[in-house]
Design a protein around this ligand. Structure first.
Ligand code: HPA
Ligand code: ZN
Length: 327
């Protein structure tokens, strides 16, 4: 599986930071990150809400555009090593410059610089989805949306929302999503991970996203599953993340197979790979084992991801060529 080309649509940039990278930067900067790692050097957390806190603590070592340039390279190296040829990553002005537009532009330039280097050296393409943090509230999300709209283009191609799904409601973020949509950005939103089907319905009604982050709890309402299939809404499913966080007990009990069989457009991503002890090749390996998925299914996942990607048509053509079987 490792060598097969893969597309990934749902990856939090800071959440993909290799532990050694965060430890190294913390030492360089003399930042206290006690509590972030366990004795084995792995990210350490008890549940999703604690995970969010540990995530923010680890992110506190990332303080300059240069830090993000190095982070982006480290993350893309890891993704490329697992066969990823195209990835969309959530990037947040909350962490990159405190929502100040001029500072955000500097962070973005550094991230883009790393992306260009990774493209040239490793053949992996990165695009950015600008993402407010839900539990920081709608006012800050507006500032994030303005940063996104002002920098929308070839690299910044999408807008989403991450953070604590249980806080507030999708309609509270309508202004931000309208702002991003008017700037031409693709729309996705985390929903249906920590709240059930009704939150997916509310997200569809308020924000009309073409993609949903996770969305797996749609399985608790088969009428909603059919509606997702009919609408062609693409789910960014992260099975290893769901299992690591205790949403499902094991790979066989994960609903991705049922969603796929019922006609929902599903894709597979890692979310925050080192936090969840996963990689894209591990996701594919485990799904092949648990669900008996053959190569044809994984090719379908790639094609679904390519269709749903937020990048421009020329980039899609280039990625499509890389997916063609070699003679
Ligand atoms: N889910 C929601 N919010 C997040 C995540 C995640 O996996 N990672 C960072 N913020
Ligand atoms: Zn996520």
């Amino acid at each position: 599986m490792k060598d097969l080309p893969k597309l990934e649509l749902h990856l939090h940039l800071e959440g993909a930071a290799p532990p050694a990278f965060i430890c190294g930067l913390a030492a360089e900067k003399h930042v206290d990150i006690s509590g972030v790692f366990d004795e084995g050097g792995h990210y350490s957390y008890t549940d999703f809400w604690h995970f969010l806190k540990v995530y923010e603590a680890a992110t506190s070592v990332l303080q300059t555009p240069e830090d993000y340039r190095r982070l982006t390279l480290a993350v893309l190296e890891e993704s490329a090593a697992h066969g990823v040829i195209y990835t969309e990553s959530f990037i947040s002005p909350d962490f990159c410059g405190g929502r100040d537009l001029a500072a955000w532009r500097d962070y973005l330039a550094a991230i883009e610089d790393a992306a260009a280097e990774a493209q040239a050296k490793m053949g992996i393409t990165l695009r950015a989805i600008v993402t407010p943090i839900r539990h920081f509230g709608p006012e800050k999300a507006r500032e994030v949306a303005i940063c996104a709209a002002e920098t929308a283009g070839r690299f910044v191609t999408g807008f989403g929302i991450a953070g604590d799904e249980k806080v507030l409601d999708p309609k509270d973020y309508l202004w931000s999503f309208d702002c991003a949509r008017e700037a031409g950005l693709g729309i996705t939103a985390h929903a249906g991970e920590w709240r059930g089907p009704e939150h997916i319905r509310a997200t569809l009604a308020a924000l009309n996203p073409s993609r949903i982050g996770h969305g797996v709890r749609a399985i608790e309402d088969l009428a909603l599953v059919d509606e997702l299939a009919e609408r062609g809404t693409v789910l960014e499913v992260c099975p290893g993340s769901n299992i690591a966080l205790g949403l499902y007990p094991d790979w066989r009990k994960h609903p991705i197979g049922q969603l796929f069989d019922r006609g929902v457009k599903v894709t597979v991503s890692t979310d925050d790979p080192p936090f969840f002890h996963t990689t894209m090749s591990r996701e594919w390996d485990r799904l092949a084992d648990a669900l008996d998925w053959d190569q044809g299914v994984f090719e379908t996942l790639n094609r679904t991801a390519l269709d749903a990607a937020f990048c421009d048509p020329e980039t899609k053509d280039k990625i499509a060529k890389k997916l063609e079987p070699r003679a």
